[in-house]
Design a binder for this molecule. Structure first.
Ligand code: ADP
Ligand code: ZN
Length: 675
């Protein structure tokens, strides 16, 4: 075996890596860039790896750590998740451990001794600990195979996940010049990429950039009318019994939304920085361990959550940037099964975010950057083109020009109309108020004037005397709000001050002088529901894990459910998350293949040596208890591809939006949970 020449050695590396993949992880083949990354790391090279969530970053350092002599040191900012990560590895027969502040002195000593004795394949540490002199000293006394720097974007000062201690990781290369380093992140922007390379001092690193497409995630944006109700309908119709995350901007709306869902039969828990650490940890742990729990959260929740079966991510408020949106929605569907990224978006989102930037902290440069981020996000919301295409283009990657076929604009192409005259009416009203009266008003008053409504406030200010009073009766209130929203999004109108009053921009003049046309997206008039034709697989649509079972023939759903029930039992007994036992994708494959022997079961993706030994008999017993493999159902479509979105009528209801003015977004991160 012992290869001496370059080529021979490479192939030894390759076959060793592949053998490890089969034996330990039970997977057939490497995916995408994994093989190239692993080969490079095993050979001792530094790497910077950019891969979207779910692409399989962990294997990129786990396999080298198993193939190279010594212990792989994994630097991760999230101590709350280390226990689960280590449990998952141990379930695969990997000798993994962690050192952090959740352990007492003795527990720590045991792990340190294991490391020094060369009995660990992987050791997880937080950067705060790694930095300490006695940790560095400990590491120098053992043998290290590789340094993996996970969530490497935490080194970026511009990102919202900045962790100062990441900066000190640049010393690893100086202190251990012969140990390869691999930095990994799912953040795709070029600027972050560059920062990682510079700040971690990895000038010689090879760069691996995967496609950022997540084809199994269906992207959808609905006009916001009554967001909590819209969310409830969406969950009832498409994700009953599924695990998912709902993002809100403020603590207040997190609490209210979680309560609302629970009251309406959707089990949901809140998560935000205002809750004490114990409650937060308990809710996170429930989310990881239970099937089908919904977490309603601010952005304080989510980084490093590697639960594979998150079936939906819903946004009730507009994210501040496309990066944020991509990160958050990316937490859905790591297992590759169909998932939904759903967002409700409306005029108040635009006003609120624009106001926030103006009244927020930071200098002019900071504000400009925030503004640019918001503009890109708004463009994504207002696009009439493929949303996936727009996302990929944002990250500098080439989209399919024909569209993706799995986003709302591809499934139900929105209509556009020439909104130039409507835009002029809005802008003229703003101009009149300002020039003739020296007044500035918000969107509600402008719309009332256009519609010719004699409200108390209209009469109080004599606005029924303006020449523009009642010039907009051809459109409904919701449509006018849509016009204003799109003008704000396009920068043809701006908001100002504490009350979000509307003011003109430089672009407004070109519209008023008719030097520029204003194509607009049509506001759907349908009432609030998101009727979907998605119940393809099971008739009931209410069962647990409906989406996960979506691609299974109906006759196999009982087997899948029985396997899930068995898995839940195992997970409870061992106190680990269910996916540590087997992923949904593996259970589905088992139901499809219906293995008759332990050997056959071993051929299924995700069933490695250790899991086969631990659970093989148990799985076969579950299948046997079901009384044999069912025959195919005559009327079953062979690939029950879920027909999500077809026939769906996007929602919009007339009437003002409900966001309360006192609903302030969460601005502070939770106190760190890694200390
Ligand atoms: P990331 O860290 O990039 O988000 P993970 O490492 O958590 O992704 O992997 C995502 C999922 O894909 C996991 O369920 C993992 O077990 C699975 N996976 C990774 N690589 C492979 C592979 N080569 N074959 C099959 N499944 C894989
Ligand atoms: Zn598309």
């Amino acid at each position: 075996m012992g290869g001496t020449g370059g080529i021979a050695e490479m192939s030894v590396t390759q076959s060793e890596a592949l053998a490890t993949l089969h034996r330990v992880f039970g997977y057939e083949a490497f995916r995408g860039e994994q093989e190239a990354v692993i080969e490079h790391v095993v050979a001792g090279g530094d790497s910077v790896v950019l891969m979207p969530t779910g692409a399989g970053k962990s294997l990129c350092y786990q396999v080298p750590a198993l193939v190279r002599p010594g212990t792989g040191i994994v630097v991760s900012p999230l101590i709350a998740l280390m226990q689960d990560q280590v449990d998952a590895l141990r379930a695969l027969g990997v000798r993994a451990g962690f050192v952090n502040s959740t352990q007492d002195f003795d527990e720590r000593r045991v792990v340190e001794a294991e490391f020094l004795a060369g009995e660990l394949d992987l050791l997880y540490l937080a950067p705060e600990r790694l930095r300490l002199e006695n940790t560095l000293d400990l590491l120098s006394r053992g043998k290290i195979s590789v340094f993996a720097i996970d969530e490497a974007h935490c080194v970026s000062q511009w990102g919202h996940d900045f962790r100062p201690d990441y900066l000190t990781l640049s010393l690893l290369g100086e202190r251990w010049p012969d140990v390869p380093r691999i930095a990994l992140t799912a953040t795709a922007t070029r600027a972050t990429h560059q920062e990682i390379t510079e700040r971690l001092n990895m000038p010689a690193a090879r760069h691996f950039v995967a496609s950022f497409d997540r084809p199994n995630i269906q992207y959808r944006v609905v006009p916001k009318a009554d967001p909590k109700k819209q969310l409830l309908n969406f969950l009832r119709e498409e994700h009953a019994g599924d695990a998912g995350i709902v993002y809100c901007l403020s603590r207040n709306s997190v609490e209210k939304t979680a309560e609302f869902l629970s009251r309406n039969g959707v089990e949901a828990v809140p998560y935000h920085a205002g809750l004490d650490a114990g409650t937060r940890a308990a809710h996170q742990s429930r989310f990881l361990r239970e099937d089908g729990l919904v977490v309603v959260a601010t952005i304080a929740f989510g980084m490093g959550i590697d639960k594979p079966d998150v079936r939906f991510v819903a946004h009730l408020d507009l994210p501040k940037s496309v990066e944020g949106y991509y990160q958050e929605t990316g937490r859905a569907g790591r297992d590759g099964l169909p998932s939904t990224a759903w967002m409700a978006y409306g005029l108040n989102d635009v006003i609120q975010q624009r106001k926030l930037i103006q009244s927020g902290e930071g200098d002019e440069a900071f504000r400009r950057r925030a503004q640019a981020h918001l503009d890109s996000m708004l463009a994504l919301c207002e696009t009439v083109q493929c949303r996936r295409g727009q996302l990929l283009a944002y990250f500098g990657q080439d989209p399919d020009p024909a569209g993706c076929g799995n986003c709302d604009t591809c499934l139900t192409p929105p209509e556009t109309w020439d909104g130039t005259v409507a835009a002029q009416k809005v802008l003229s009203t703003v101009v009149r108020l300002q020039r003739e009266r020296g007044q500035k008003f918000g969107a509600v008053q402008i719309v009332d004037i256009l519609l010719g409504k004699r409200t108390g406030k209209v009469i109080q200010f004599d606005h029924d005397q303006l020449s523009v009073f009642g010039i907009g009766e051809e459109l409904a209130e919701a449509e006018w709000r849509g016009v204003i929203r799109q003008l704000l999004a396009q920068g043809l109108l701006a908001v100002e001050g504490e009350y979000g009053t509307l003011v003109l921009t430089e672009g407004s003049g070109t519209v008023l002088r008719r030097e520029q046309d204003v194509p607009l997206r049509k506001e759907p008039k349908k009432p609030v529901t998101s009727r979907s034709g998605s119940s393809s697989a099971s008739g009931s649509g209410r069962g647990k894990g409906k989406a996960a079972a979506a691609e299974l023939p109906e006759t196999l759903v009982p087997a899948f459910e029985a396997l899930r029930a068995w898995r839940a039992e195992q997970a409870r007994e061992q106190g680990v998350p269910a996916y540590v036992i087997f992923h949904d994708a593996t259970l589905r494959e088992i139901a499809m293949a219906w293995p008759a022997s332990v050997a056959e079961l071993g051929g299924i993706g995700g069933v490695g040596e250790k899991k086969l030994a631990t659970y093989g008999e148990g799985v076969l017993e579950v299948l046997a208890s079901l009384g044999g493999q069912p025959g195919p159902a005559p009327d079953q479509a062979p690939d029950g591809t879920p027909a999500q979105g077809s026939g769906r009528a996007p929602a919009q209801a007339p009437g003002p939006q409900m966001d309360g003015p006192d609903d302030w977004p969460e601005m502070t991160e939770p106190e760190p949970d890694w200390i």
